[in-house]
Design a binder for this molecule. Structure first.
Ligand SMILES: NC(=O)C1=CN([C@@H]2O[C@H](COP(=O)(O)OP(=O)(O)OC[C@H]3O[C@@H](n4cnc5c(N)ncnc54)[C@H](OP(=O)(O)O)[C@@H]3O)[C@@H](O)[C@H]2O)C=CC1
Ligand SMILES: O=C1OC[C@@H](O)[C@H](O)[C@H]1O
Length: 362
C-alpha cells in the first residue's frame, strides 16, 4: 500500500517535472506554437522536454514572432501545433499545409465534417501529416480497455464526461459561436471518439439530442448535451456532457483522461457451469506504459496522453512504425460527421470557420 502511494507520488511529480531530458537529436523537428493557449503547456511544451527529437523553436520561448503568419511561414519551423479556438483550426491548419508544415491540430480537427474532408484531402495531396490531437486514443490503458470489448456484441454504451464551469469565463471560446463554440464540439469530441471506438463502427443515426444553451447573444452555443445514437449492430450509444458542471456533478463525472491511466473497473456477468445464479466478476487493470498494454515500444510511466501522442506524431513524420495507436484523416472526418449529426438533431446550426483566402497556396 505504502509503495503504491510512493509510486503514485513519484509518477505525478515526474509528470510535472520530467527527468533530465535526453540530448536533442541534431535533426530534431522544430516546432512552432500558434498563440498562448492554456492547453499548450500540457499538450506540447512539457511533453517536448522529454522527446529527443522535438525542439520548441518558436512561441513565447525561445523566440516570439510577430504574427501567426510569420510563424507558419518561418523556414526554420518543421511542424506547427495549433491550439487555437476550434473555429480557427481549419484556416490555420490549411495555412500550415500551404507553407509545407506538418500540423498537430487541437481537437476537434475542424468546426464541421465538410471542413475536415477538405483539410485532410489537402494534407494527403501534400504528403504532410495532420494529426487531430484526440489524445486519449494514445493512452495505453485505452488500448487495454478496447481489447476487452467486442464491438459487434455491444448493446449499449454510456459515455459521461463533464468539465468545471468555474474554469471558463463568460467570454470563453467555448461560448462563442463564431469561434466554433459549443459543448458537443469541445467536450463531446471525446464522447463521440469513445463511442465510435467501442462499437468499432460509425453511428448510423442520431436518435435524440437534447441540449442546454447559453443565454443570448450566445444561444447558438450548447453548454450541456444528452444524445443517443444508433450503431449498425442495432446497439445504442449515449453521451452526456456538461461544460458548466458544478463541483457536485464533477465529483462523479470529471474527465481525468489525461492523467488517470488506471483502467476503469471491468465488470461482466457469467453463469458458472452447473450453477443457476449469474455472478458479477470485477477486475481492475492498469497500464501506464505501452509494455503493460502489450506493445513492445518504449514509453515511461510518467508519460501523459499528450506525450504518447507526440511520440506517434514524430514517428509518423519520420515514416517510422510506431504503436498501432493513431488518428488518421478518415477517422477525423468521420468524427466530425457524427458531431454534425448531433448538432442537426439538436436543431442547432453546424459550426463553421470564417471565410479566408490563402495568399501563399502552392
Ligand atoms: N487536448 C486537450 O486536453 C485540450 C484541448 N483544448 C482545445 O485547444 C483549443 C484551445 O483551447 P484553450 O487552451 O482552452 O483556449 P484558450 O482560450 O486558452 O486559448 C486560445 C488561444 O487562441 C488564440 N486566439 C486567436 N484568435 C482568438 C480569438 N479571436 N479569440 C480568442 N482567442 C484567440 C489566443 O492566443 P493569443 O495568445 O495569440 O491571443 C488564445 O491564447 C481548443 O480547440 C480546445 O478544444 C482545450 C483544452 C484541453
Ligand atoms: O480536456 C478537456 O476538458 C475540458 C474541455 O473544455 C477541453 O476543451 C477539453 O479538451
Amino acid at each position: 500500500m505504502a509503495s503504491a502511494f510512493c509510486d503514485l507520488l513519484h509518477r505525478n511529480w515526474q509528470i510535472l517535472r520530467p527527468p533530465a531530458p535526453p540530448p536533442k537529436a541534431t535533426n530534431a523537428l522544430r516546432f512552432g506554437i500558434l498563440g498562448t493557449s492554456r492547453i499548450a503547456p500540457f499538450a506540447l511544451i512539457t511533453p517536448s522536454r522529454s522527446h529527443p527529437e522535438v525542439i520548441l523553436s518558436a512561441h513565447s520561448i525561445p523566440r516570439v514572432l510577430d504574427s501567426y503568419a510569420d510563424l507558419v511561414n518561418d523556414k526554420d519551423i518543421d511542424a506547427v501545433y495549433v491550439p487555437l479556438p476550434t473555429g480557427l483550426h481549419y484556416e490555420w491548419a490549411m495555412r500550415c499545409l500551404a507553407a509545407g508544415k506538418h500540423v498537430l491540430l487541437e481537437k476537434p480537427s475542424t468546426a464541421n465534417g465538410t471542413e475536415a474532408e477538405e483539410l485532410f484531402k489537402v494534407a494527403r495531396e501534400k504528403g504532410l501529416v495532420v494529426l487531430e490531437a484526440r489524445h486519449f486514443v494514445f493512452q495505453p490503458s485505452w488500448r487495454v480497455f478496447l481489447g476487452e470489448v467486442e464491438g459487434e456484441g455491444v448493446e449499449r454504451v454510456e459515455v459521461t464526461m463533464c468539465a468545471p464551469g468555474a474554469a471558463f469565463g463568460k467570454g470563453d471560446i467555448r461560448f462563442r459561436y463564431e469561434l466554433g463554440g459549443g459543448a458537443m464540439l469541445d467536450l463531446g469530441t471525446y464522447h463521440v471518439g469513445a463511442l465510435r471506438a467501442i462499437f468499432g463502427a460509425e453511428a448510423e443515426e442520431c436518435l435524440s439530442c437534447e441540449v442546454s444553451t447559453c443565454a443570448p447573444p450566445n444561444e447558438l452555443c450548447d453548454t450541456k448535451f444528452n444524445a443517443t445514437f444508433r450503431f449498425p449492430n442495432g446497439g445504442t450509444g449515449e453521451m452526456y456532457g456538461n461544460i458548466k458542471a458544478s463541483l457536485v456533478e464533477l465529483a462523479t463525472n470529471f474527465g481525468t483522461i489525461q492523467v488517470w491511466h488506471r483502467k476503469k473497473r471491468v465488470e461482466d456477468e457469467a453463469l458458472p457451469a452447473g450453477q443457476e445464479k449469474w455472478v458479477t466478476r470485477r477486475e481492475v487493470k492498469k497500464a501506464y506504459t505501452l509494455k503493460e498494454a502489450g506493445v513492445d515500444r518504449p514509453s515511461e510511466k510518467y508519460w501523459l496522453t499528450y506525450r504518447y501522442m507526440l511520440e506517434e506524431f514524430v514517428n509518423k513524420i519520420r515514416g517510422r512504425e510506431g504503436s498501432d495507436m493513431w488518428v488518421d484523416g478518415e477517422d477525423s472526418v468521420r468524427q466530425m460527421r457524427m458531431l454534425d449529426m448531433a448538432y442537426e438533431k439538436a436543431g442547432l446550426p453546424l459550426r463553421k470557420s470564417p471565410e479566408f483566402k490563402l495568399e501563399t497556396a502552392g
